[in-house]
Design a protein around this ligand. Structure first.
Ligand SMILES: *[C@@H]1O[C@H](CO)[C@@H](O)[C@H](O)[C@H]1NC(C)=O
Ligand SMILES: *[C@@H]1O[C@H](CO)[C@@H](O)[C@H](O)[C@H]1NC(C)=O
Ligand SMILES: *[C@@H]1O[C@H](CO)[C@@H](O)[C@H](O)[C@H]1NC(C)=O
Ligand SMILES: *[C@@H]1O[C@H](CO)[C@@H](O)[C@H](O)[C@H]1NC(C)=O
Ligand SMILES: *[C@@H]1O[C@H](CO)[C@@H](O)[C@H](O)[C@H]1NC(C)=O
Ligand SMILES: *[C@@H]1O[C@H](CO)[C@@H](O)[C@H](O)[C@H]1NC(C)=O
Ligand SMILES: *[C@@H]1O[C@H](CO)[C@@H](O)[C@H](O)[C@H]1NC(C)=O
Ligand SMILES: *[C@@H]1O[C@H](CO)[C@@H](O)[C@H](O)[C@H]1NC(C)=O
Ligand SMILES: *[C@@H]1O[C@H](CO)[C@@H](O)[C@H](O)[C@H]1NC(C)=O
Ligand SMILES: *[C@@H]1O[C@H](CO)[C@@H](O)[C@H](O)[C@H]1NC(C)=O
Ligand SMILES: *[C@@H]1O[C@H](CO)[C@@H](O)[C@H](O)[C@H]1NC(C)=O
Ligand SMILES: *[C@@H]1O[C@H](CO)[C@@H](O)[C@H](O)[C@H]1NC(C)=O
Length: 594
């Protein structure tokens, strides 16, 4: 398959501007209570300390009674006809006051069904809590430059019982010009440009695209700041693969047999298609990577519903045939494993749940017949439930495109080794996938041949000991994607390699006191042989602690280290140490460690 996680790639192209300030959550000497600031350790945006050239506050809403609550929708009209910009940032602010409940809320932001952000809520805190998520949404420029759209926000707790928290949410877009960061590998171009787009409605755009294969509202390629593979330029059009319902635009998938589909028609002028998948897992599958097989549950006559073993994969199909797969990064939400771990620093990805890119360009040969095709979503071995939707990013050329394509759909090997006696056992699962494609694209840019190969390796070892009261997980997900492009003369014009490794170790020893550890990592490396650029991101966390089985008292330590090297002399690293909920150290440097 060909899934690339943009959220992991994008940060590789930010350079660091200003040192990060220490997050002091110190007590004020007056009696006034100060809400606690929650944060995710991540790369600051280069725009964080710049005044936006324009901004629009779209929504202030107080979410109460969030148990299975419905979405809030407001009108959206771009402010961009009177604003110079090159980078767009979504600013999502939350203030929370509520009871000490360890539930997690899930939230999403969509414009006309195109998802821009998937996020989770932080823990309640004695004096209230607040957090602020900023996300670069420039790659969605084809949608945020439109008029007469709707912006929808969902924030809900998916609990059996009612949750009495009150969330004040504010959503804004901030637009910046003159942002100097090399987002492109191929050019050092940066700077501000105004987008002189014809003002069109999104519906008209889609209608035009489908009926006449025309995209009147095409973005000038050279006008928008460049990003990277597979978003070298923002798409010309984004079609939502989602479902409007009262409680969000996601498809709620309850088991492996449930297939949710959406019809799309791709016009023959399309020369590139990327499906961006958003996914989160809940209920019985919140900790899918620690679920025992059904045979274990059955043989021990346990009342568990969280079975089906510990391998999951989101499958994307075109007309029923497998086109790509994603094994998601195991994001731990703020109530997970030991809720005390995630106060006030949340786990990797909890505030900005990664999305995954599946390059469907190889399937254009199948898709470019001007007919409807059904894009399907399924969760292999899935339990209840998964929230899945996607955005189809399309790039359109003015001249007709001929795409000659050869592809090998994803192949798979899976091995299970389950051994157990009574409540103790060892469950091992190994999965290997590979896919490759060769495509020749003729466009106004000439003929280019691109070979894409991708390998995914998944290893999961789960041990149950001491009559099943001690659980130990060791898991690793690895993906390697290679994209090699040559011109008609056979000269290499680009060779990109992206490698990602997601290790995870968890132990949970339950008694009256539950001892817990989580060691998790996310590392991404990107290299471009032709441009000789190599960028590396490493993020590790190490949590140890315990919590009483009844009540919320306990002890927790959370140590995180984050480092990023842009390969061109720009570096950023941060270490954060939290003990018993106090940030005892938070250090940032911009020196490259040699
Ligand atoms: C404490 O709070 C008061 C009142 O809100 C404020 O004026 C003061 O600056 C705060 N002091 C510190 C050290 O944050
Ligand atoms: C803090 O509380 C004490 C006792 O409740 C009160 O006497 C004092 O004036 C308060 N201080 C401030 C700055 O509000
Ligand atoms: C809540 O506020 C009180 C009074 O200012 C303070 O003593 C306490 O430490 C605060 N709690 C947290 C978690 O910040
Ligand atoms: C949201 O609240 C802020 C400050 O309270 C206000 O300035 C802004 O106009 C409000 N926005 C909307 C869309 O109501
Ligand atoms: C909260 O919403 C749920 C479901 O919509 C409803 O059953 C419940 O009565 C509501 N609770 C309150 C306190 O309004
Ligand atoms: C939103 O747009 C619709 C359709 O254009 C319009 O009927 C409605 O009044 C608008 N709502 C607000 C709050 O402006
Ligand atoms: C909320 O939804 C979940 C999942 O669909 C369901 O299990 C739960 O009973 C619902 N809660 C309420 C209060 O309706
Ligand atoms: C949330 O907003 C409501 C008004 O909508 C306000 O009364 C309340 O004080 C706000 N809460 C916080 C924590 O800002
Ligand atoms: C947006 O909606 C308004 C009011 O319905 C309409 O006057 C305007 O022409 C629309 N703009 C576009 C670009 O469709
Ligand atoms: C294609 O799908 C659209 C939307 O689902 C539908 O309205 C249209 O009738 C379909 N066209 C054909 C030829 O099936
Ligand atoms: C948790 O750790 C403590 C201290 O190491 C130990 O005494 C206790 O037995 C452990 N509890 C369990 C359930 O393993
Ligand atoms: C995590 O922290 C614990 C205790 O501080 C330490 O013993 C362990 O070696 C650390 N593990 C990793 C992978 O850093």
């Amino acid at each position: 398959m060909n899934a690339v996680n943009l959220l992991l790639i994008l940060p590789l192209f930010f350079t660091i501007t200003l040192p990060h300030s220490v997050n002091s959550v110190k007590q004020n000497s007056s009696n006034e209570t100060i809400p606690q600031h929650f944060f995710e350790v991540t790369l600051p945006l280069p725009t964080d300390n710049i005044t936006p050239s324009c901004s629009v506050n779209l929504l202030n809403h107080t979410f109460t009674n969030t148990t299975n609550s419905s979405s809030v929708t407001v009108n959206y009209t771009t402010p961009l006809d009177k604003c110079h910009w090159s980078v767009a940032v979504l600013d999502f602010k939350v203030k929370y006051n509520g009871e000490q409940d360890t539930s997690n809320g899930i939230a999403g932001v969509w414009i006309n069904g195109v998802e821009l952000l998937r996020t989770t809520t932080a823990q309640p805190s004695e004096n209230g809590s607040f957090w602020n998520i900023r996300k670069d949404v420039s790659k969605y420029s084809s949608i945020i430059t439109h008029h007469n759209l709707t912006l929808s926000v969902v924030l809900q707790n998916l609990m059996k019982h009612d949750v009495n928290g009150v969330y004040n949410v504010s959503v804004s877009f901030l637009f910046y010009s003159d942002v100097k960061f090399p987002l492109s590998l191929h050019s050092g171009e940066s700077g501000s440009h105004s987008l002189n787009r014809k003002l069109m409605s999104f519906e008209n755009d889609i209608k035009n695209y489908i009926k006449n294969c025309e995209n009147e509202d095409k973005l000038g390629f050279d006008r928008v700041i460049k990003s990277t593979y597979p978003y070298d330029t923002p798409a010309d059009l984004i079609i939502p693969l989602s479902e409007a319902s009262d409680d969000g635009f996601w498809f709620k998938i309850h088991d492996e047999s449930e297939i949710r589909t959406k019809n799309v028609r791709i016009c023959p002028k399309t020369y590139k298609a990327v499906l961006e998948l958003y996914v989160s897992f809940h209920g019985d599958d919140e900790f899918w990577y620690m679920n025992p097989p059904d045979s274990y549950i059955k043989s021990n006559d346990l009342p568990f519903t969280n079975g089906k073993g510990s391998y999951r994969e989101v499958l994307v199909t075109i007309d029923g045939k497998l086109a790509g797969t994603v094994i998601p990064f195991p994001v731990i939400y703020s109530g997970g494993i030991n809720p005390l771990f995630w106060k006030p620093v949340v786990s990797i990805g909890a505030f900005d749940i990664p999305s995954y890119d599946i390059d469907l360009t190889s399937y254009l040969g199948l898709l470019l017949d001007n007919r409807n095709h059904s894009i399907g979503f399924q969760v292999a071995d899935g339990g209840s439930f998964w929230l899945v939707d996607a955005n189809m990013h399309l790039w359109i050329d003015d001249t007709n495109v001929q795409a000659i394509v050869e592809y090998e759909p994803p192949s798979m090997e899976i091995e299970h080794d389950y051994e157990f006696e009574g409540l103790d056992g060892t469950f091992e699962t190994e999965v290997e996938r590979s896919m490759s494609s060769i495509r020749m694209i003729q466009s106004s840019k000439g003929i280019l041949k691109t070979k894409v190969t991708e390998e995914i390796k998944f290893k999961n070892k789960l041990k149950f000991k001491d009559d099943g009261t001690r659980k130990e997980l060791e898991q690793k997900i690895k993906t390697k994607t290679k994209v090699k492009t040559t011109d008609t003369k056979g000269h290499s014009v680009g060779e990109i390699v992206i490698e990602k490794t997601y290790p995870l170790k968890i132990t949970i020893a339950s008694g009256s006191r539950v001892n817990t550890t989580v060691v998790q990592g996310r590392s991404v490396s990107f290299s471009d042989e032709v441009a000789s650029i190599s960028r590396v991101l490493n993020h590790d966390l190490n949590c140890t602690g315990w919590i009483m089985a009844k009540g919320n008292s306990g002890f927790a330590e959370n140590h995180q280290s984050y480092s990023y090297d842009d390969g061109e002399g720009g570096c950023y690293s941060r270490t954060v140490d939290v003990v018993k909920g106090d940030v005892i150290a938070d250090e940032t440097t911009s020196n490259c460690v040699k």
